[in-house]
Design a protein around this ligand. Sequence first.
Ligand SMILES: Cc1cc2nc3c(=O)[nH]c(=O)nc-3n(C[C@H](O)[C@H](O)[C@H](O)COP(=O)(O)OP(=O)(O)OC[C@H]3O[C@@H](n4cnc5c(N)ncnc54)[C@H](O)[C@@H]3O)c2cc1C
Length: 375
Amino acid sequence: MNTPSASPVDLVVVGAGIVGLAHAWHAVRSGLSVIVLDRDDRPVGASVRNFGHICTSAQAGLARQYAEVARDAWLTLAASAGIEVRESGTVVVARTDAEMAVLDEFAAARPGEAEILRPRDVAARLGWAAPDVVGGAFLARDLRVDAPTVIPALIAHLRELGVDIRFGENVVELREDGVRTAAGWFPATAVAVCVGHDVDRLFPDIAGEGAVRRCRLRMLEIDAPHATPIDPALFTGTSLLRYGGFAETAAADGVRAELAATDPELVTHVVNLMATQRPGGRVVIGDTHHYERTLDPFDDETLDELLLERFRRLFGVDSLHVRRRWRGVYAASEVSPYLLASPRPGLVIASVTSGIGMTTALGFARDALERHGIL
Ligand SMILES: Cc1cc2nc3c(=O)[nH]c(=O)nc-3n(C[C@H](O)[C@H](O)[C@H](O)COP(=O)(O)OP(=O)(O)OC[C@H]3O[C@@H](n4cnc5c(N)ncnc54)[C@H](O)[C@@H]3O)c2cc1C
């Protein structure tokens, strides 16, 4: 059994996903002593199940501010700790004039953020010619990491910096002066609770006030559809309705109406057709979104068929070979993209409630710690 810490540390972080690790990184860099506790034997939450897309440019409002801080942080981690962060950018493929109108408006509003592409430029960026393309955009500032490997790499780096990270420690009692697991009491000057969607079970009142629900997503990993690697992340028209920077354009209404008329199944299952390539060459594709307090235990195969059919069309191939399937879950709220609460001084509860934790957690965490006087 792990031995609890005898003397108080400056900060106990509960949860070793990207949000908890981001809190630990900022805290240890500020000279604080930090323990991170996670109930599982290794990271298996949303932070290892995602696309690894650091989607900086398409954010808006507070998320954009956090995304900029986080982008710098990822690049610092790459430079100082050798963590693999690809400056690969994102290609957005437009297959209708309505989608192109969003990209034109976005590019005009954000000079330097998006390069408008002609169909042949899209093919050059992707390395293959997607059918029915009318144009696209290249978001050069977006980054990419490999989620299943970057989180363990970040944990190893934090341990080198002196952060004590312990797995198999289920936190059952939370106070402003420490936390309790089966191993005993971990005293601390401050506690940051970064448990992702489990915030609704630990703090139901706070999660209820923030209208937090669980979002369930379907993800697939397939063999590369083409010989040429797809270095940039790949967005499609559905992505234009998901990310604030696109969704706030006047032209987004046109895409919304068009999608409802031409492909209502994508609307029903809140599909965002996007892809990123993993280091070994396989491609992660997804995703669907279903919002519930208690998740349906059964995964409907027709959702995977829907995704695969739309990706066969996008990639211009007759078949795709699925290698792995999984479900992801994250905290979601229509009220606010972030849940940040402090029921008592020294106790901070922080969850990303908008599905953009890889993009923004390293910015959100710094703000959470500063606002609550921990940094
Ligand atoms: C399928 C999918 C695709 C996504 N794609 C992207 C993307 O490309 N780009 C992007 O920016 N974002 C993406 N996201 C969102 C992003 O992954 C999440 O916002 C982020 O990972 C949330 O991080 P977290 O640390 O809050 O949660 P988690 O990674 O789930 O970590 C929470 C941790 O808390 C621990 N925990 C819970 N309760 C306790 C307890 N009582 N005691 C101790 N430990 C506890 C859990 O074991 C877990 O390890 C995606 C999410 C999913 C699911």
